[in-house]
Design a protein around this ligand. Sequence first.
Ligand SMILES: NC(=O)c1ccc[n+]([C@@H]2O[C@H](COP(=O)([O-])OP(=O)(O)OC[C@H]3O[C@@H](n4cnc5c(N)ncnc54)[C@H](OP(=O)(O)O)[C@@H]3O)[C@@H](O)[C@H]2O)c1
Length: 330
Amino acid sequence: MRALVMTEAGGAEHSRVLDVEPPRPGPGQVAIDVAYAGLNFVDVMARRGDGYAATWPYRPGKEVAGTVRALGAGVTGLAVGTQVVAAVAGGGLAETAVADAALTVPVPDGVPLAAAAAAPLGLATALLLLTDAGRFTAGESVLVHSASGGVGTAVARLLPLLGGGRLLGTVGRPEKAEAARRQGYHAVHARGGDVREQLRAANGGRGVDLVLDPLGTAALDLDLDLLAPGGRIVLFGNAGGGTPDPLPPLPRLLAANATLTGFSHGGLLAQAPARVADAVRRVLDLLAAGSLDAPVTVLPGLADVPAAHDLLAAGRGEGKYVVALAGRPA
Ligand SMILES: NC(=O)c1ccc[n+]([C@@H]2O[C@H](COP(=O)([O-])OP(=O)(O)OC[C@H]3O[C@@H](n4cnc5c(N)ncnc54)[C@H](OP(=O)(O)O)[C@@H]3O)[C@@H](O)[C@H]2O)c1
């Protein structure tokens, strides 16, 4: 089978599409013929050597949609031929992937596999950020950094389904602001310059109830300045790479009446996989009901993925990307 392989840390020059042995499912696992696989920033972080690739060569890809090809020992409740999505430990950008059965969820009728491929990591993360880590309640204001990216657009699509609220965003480049506004953000500003005042004005001078921040500690001072008393900040990434700064001193956190929360999809997979599987089921149900419309850009094949990773690495991606693989329905 064909798989994307990153041979060493660096850029696209070390990403190759190679013929490799298809993986076999171990006990409690399933093998999936992948129809569509999601692209995620964590694959870019792995590629650039941020420590997400345990060994080289590394096979990236954390979320897939396709058809169950084989069951490992002890797997019940899933059948060969069933259309499923799965969060995978790696190796999702390939024609066949192996997933834990506990993280493999059947796709409801009527949900296109291309859209479903964004559920296990991208959409589930956005939902968990809002509901579990962020404890969002209807009517609150939410500030999202990297608003025009995959998770950022998913948050915009999910927020109205959770009762809605005032949605503010930041982007790294001014030219991406309009794309985020089209996804449902009420106001989006490029970081830097007067962004503090712009965001405060965009929220009517009030503090923000919830901040979703994947920027390490780079924007934490801004977050704390903008936070409403009792507000929550969810830190869920370190997009810039490198060693984040220490957290702000305790008096600063106390004075802001801030709740700081961490979120890691990978951590939940290891420690509480049922919570991820439940979130995946919830977003699939929303897609099936037609209430969630989460558009994706479909790349035609694995050979197109390194250039898309380049876009993400340069902060020039827009929305969510998935790649079509050989196992997709005709
Ligand atoms: N904790 C978790 O479990 C979890 C799960 C999923 C995603 N994430 C994080 O959520 C963020 C969004 O993920 P995604 O897959 O949807 O990716 P994405 O938003 O489509 O792309 C990543 C974005 O990060 C921003 N960025 C900030 N500093 C950057 C830098 N130095 N180099 C490149 N990009 C930079 C860019 O947007 P702007 O320049 O507009 O800010 C870029 O578009 C990522 O940081 C990812 O690591 C975390």
